[in-house]
Design a protein around this ligand. Structure first.
Ligand code: NAD
Length: 485
């Protein structure tokens, strides 16, 4: 018996629809590429323009609704996500590949983000300032920025959209949302939750398809007031150049090449656990993944032996199965990238300790891979791979380790494993990264804390998440009231 493959639609102005000429693309499961998860529309420029018009038309109504009222809808969406948690997590694993445990954690994160920003509806606002004159009230208003284009990557298909869409909505903006081609169904479920929660039509619009077509229109339109993008540096750089034409506000969060520093006083078991979690958790497909380990020479051999042993025990497979610890790579292109860097590492003269092979027979699987004796200038130490490949670099001491941590163009996340408080703070104060972790994995973020990279990892304009999000999603108006008394 063959099961019928479901065809999905876009959401424009509150209606799920496609036009008659729409073509569709297949969304396949990376764990089993014979399995088609669904067919998704390739939205056209015209569809995109319609979505932008609808967000523009919905703006006055939504931005004038009292913020606690908007918050009530976000709270309801959070509850709906909670009710569908298992279904959404299973979908996430099917289309993106991460393990079911990782997917459940991500969906729960999206639920909590909506709950957090629902509460911001009661709290956030402008401020009253002391006036230099008698008889004057001086205050500021935080107004919605306007129509926001939200463009997201495939690797966190519900958490990243949630941490952009929830603040956009609570501060009164309307949205055009384009998820990545590899994980559109999880993103669609988030949009469904919002619509079921009572979001008025046009406040969110959802489009799938080619980033170069839809994305270009979402960035270049004069009706768009803000662009929040997470993805690769190459695409982010194009968006930045394009957005300057209308001087549209941008927030761009991009790649990483994150280091975990292991100092000689570290708890070795902890160091190994953190390396495996940060480097091979999520199949190494996190912007904050550990892709370099910088280890102090004195303990390098003992640490490396324990790390290789732990890596050998990892169970790689279909993330739906409960015993699997590392799922597949998202698609064939990414598998080829991983494979290419495995070859580059060998040809650059690094020593392959474990892994180094890929398999695409039924799904896209890469072996967890570790290179030793990597030099900081090698390509495997400099370029983002976005797969389960760790490069070990030796360091003489803490100063050398910090210098090597900083010797890259990216600056997203950096970690240190140490029991020496002085070294921990020297690292935290001198490392060039937007996120610093001490005795914790380079991955994992608090939803109420500001997040964003330094250097080429970010446009360095506005932080995401927590209360910091208000700066990107609002504009500040200053009001002087002469009341004479
Ligand atoms: P990508 O840049 O290929 O795509 C991201 C999004 O941009 C997709 O929705 C895509 O369709 C769209 N897009 C493509 N071309 C476009 C264009 N010309 N104009 C507008 N939009 C366009 O990235 P990806 O492969 O989906 O994700 C992996 C990358 O994301 C990695 O580099 C990773 O480090 C980065 N990432 C960063 C963070 C962070 O917070 N810093 C988080 C997760 C992922």
């Amino acid at each position: 018996m063959t099961t019928k493959i479901r065809t999905y639609q876009n959401l424009i102005n509150g209606e799920w629809k496609v036009n008659q000429t729409t073509e569709f693309f297949e969304n396949r499961s990376p764990a089993n590429h014979g399995e088609v998860v669904g067919l998704f529309p390739k939205a056209s420029i015209q569809d995109t323009q319609e979505a932008i018009e609808s967000a523009y038309a919905a703006l006055p109504g939504w931005s004038n609704m009292p913020a606690p009222g908007r918050g009530a809808i976000l709270e309801k969406a959070s509850q709906i996500i909670h009710g569908r948690l298992e279904e959404i997590a299973t979908t996430l694993t099917r289309e993106e590949g991460k393990t079911l445990a990782e997917a459940r954690g991500e969906v729960a994160r999206a639920r909590d983000i909506f709950r957090y920003y629902a509460g911001e509806g009661w709290r956030s606002g402008g401020e009253a300032l002391p006036s230099s004159m008698n008889g004057e009230l001086l205050y500021t208003r935080r107004e919605a920025l306007g129509v926001i284009s939200i463009i997201t990557p495939w690797n966190f298909p519900i958490a990243i959209p949630a941490w952009k869409i929830a603040p956009a909505l609570i501060y009164g903006n309307t949205v055009i949302f384009k998820p990545a081609e590899d994980s559109p169904l999880t993103a669609l479920m988030l949009v469904e939750a919002l619509m079921e929660a009572g979001l008025p039509k046009g406040v969110i619009n959802y489009l799938t398809g080619d980033g170069a077509i839809i994305g270009t229109e979402m960035v270049g339109s004069s009706k768009v007031n803000g662009i929040s993008f997470t993805g690769s540096h190459a695409v982010g750089a194009q968006i930045y150049q394009h957005a300057i034409k209308n001087m549209t506000r941008v927030q761009l969060e991009m790649g990483g090449k994150n280091a975990l520093v292991v100092l000689k006083d570290a708890d070795l078991n902890l160091a190994v656990d953190l390396t495996v979690k940060g480097g091979f958790g999520l199949t190494g497909q996190a912007c904050t993944a550990t892709s370099r380990v910088i280890v102090e020479e004195d303990i390098a051999e003992a640490y490396i032996a324990a790390l290789v042993k732990a890596t050998r025990n990892l169970i790689v497979g279909n993330g739906i199965e409960s015993n699997v610890q590392m799922g597949p790579v998202v698609n064939l292109d990414q598998l080829r990238v991983d494979q290419e860097y495995m070859t580059i590492g060998k040809s650059e003269g690094a020593k392959l300790l474990i892994g180094g092979e890929v398999d695409d027979a039924s799904g896209y699987y890469a072996q967890p891979t570790i290179f030793d004796h990597v030099q900081p200038t090698m390509r495997i130490a400099q370029e983002e791979i976005f797969g389960p490949v760790i490069s070990i670099i030796r360091a003489k001491n803490i100063d050398d380790a910090i210098e090597k941590t900083n010797a890259i163009s990216f600056g997203l996340s950096a970690g240190v494993v140490t029991n020496n408080l002085k070294h921990a703070f020297a690292f935290a104060n001198n490392v060039e990264a937007g996120v610093v972790k001490i005795n914790e994995p380079t991955t994992g973020l608090a939803l109420n804390a500001p997040f964003g990279g330094f250097k080429q990892s970010s446009a360095n304009t506005f932080k995401e998440m927590g209360q910091a999000a208000i700066d990107f999603y609002t504009r500040t108006k200053t009001i002087y009231v002469g009341h004479g008394s």
